[in-house]
Design a protein around this ligand. Structure first.
Ligand SMILES: C[S@@+](CC[C@H](N)C(=O)[O-])C[C@H]1O[C@@H](n2cnc3c(N)ncnc32)[C@H](O)[C@@H]1O
Length: 233
């Protein structure tokens, strides 16, 4: 299994991730809401089973969305889902977005938006910065980048608070973390991604600023999960 696939069985992902992470839908909806309605070209990094793609295309049905994921089974699962939903032009590209960050892969150069959820935190901090720079370079004037990811707790006390919030959420879904963990598969490092390599929200915002984003923002946060990004110019 590749880092980020989470569940041993891909068909368990859509239910399992909603039990595991608080407010998954609200988090992804926040990204969709932050896309200008004029958005025409979108790059998605680490599309997984296509849940964010679906939300984005509902908001911007005429947009061209290029979705990247290095897991063949995730791409296949997403493609089937998006085509069944009527988005026949949705195309997934099987590739490592770390290669794109390093200019070893071309995905097109002028996007109005770049989006990602629950994927970039698998990169080292050095690669996160390179990726943010690559995203910045590939966005059109006025372009936006929004990423949803878990963040590194700011202190041991915050770690405990974030963990409790997750456990309470899972219990409210009528299950336990132990039950969900039974469905989680064991992944090995693949390409540029390894196990979780979390950074604090502050570090993410610093990296975005260094990468050249003119305005950086955090439109959504819930305990240890955040949507953050910025605008070009
Ligand atoms: C936890 S899933 C999230 C999927 C989807 N974005 C969502 O929010 O439901 C993370 C996805 O990122 C992909 N991924 C992780 N690192 C990657 C990399 N370096 N290049 C391409 N895909 C990657 C994994 O294969 C997985 O499908």
């Amino acid at each position: 299994m590749f880092p980020g696939e989470v569940f041993a069985n891909t068909a368990d992902f859509d239910t399992g991730i909603r039990q595991l992470l608080p407010r998954y839908d609200e988090m992804l909806d926040a990204i969709a809401r932050c896309l200008p309605s004029t958005t025409k070209t979108i790059l998605e990094l680490g599309c997984g089973t296509g849940e964010l793609s679906l939300k984005i295309l509902k908001r911007c049905p005429d947009a061209q969305l290029v979705a990247v994921d290095y897991s063949p089974r995730m791409i296949q699962f997403a493609q089937k889902k998006l085509h069944a939903a009527g988005y026949a032009e949705w195309t997934g590209i099987e590739a490592d977005f770390g290669d794109w960050a390093n200019h070893a892969l071309e995905l097109g150069e002028s996007f109005d938006a770049c989006i990602s959820s629950l994927a970039i935190h698998h990169l080292t901090h050095e690669m996160k910065l390179k990726l943010f720079q690559r995203i910045r370079e590939s966005l059109n004037p006025g372009g936006v980048f929004w990423n949803a990811d878990p963040i590194l707790p700011e202190s041991p006390a915050m770690q405990e608070i974030y963990q409790t919030a997750r456990e309470e959420w899972t219990l409210q879904q009528g299950t336990t973390l132990a039950e969900i963990r039974d469905k989680i598969g064991k992944s090995n490092p693949q390409g540029y991604s390894g196990q979780d390599q979390l950074a604090t929200l502050t570090s993410h915002l610093e990296m975005l600023t260094i990468a050249g984003f003119g305005t950086v923002a955090v439109p959504w946060k819930y305990y240890g999960l955040a949507v953050f990004g910025g605008f070009v110019g």
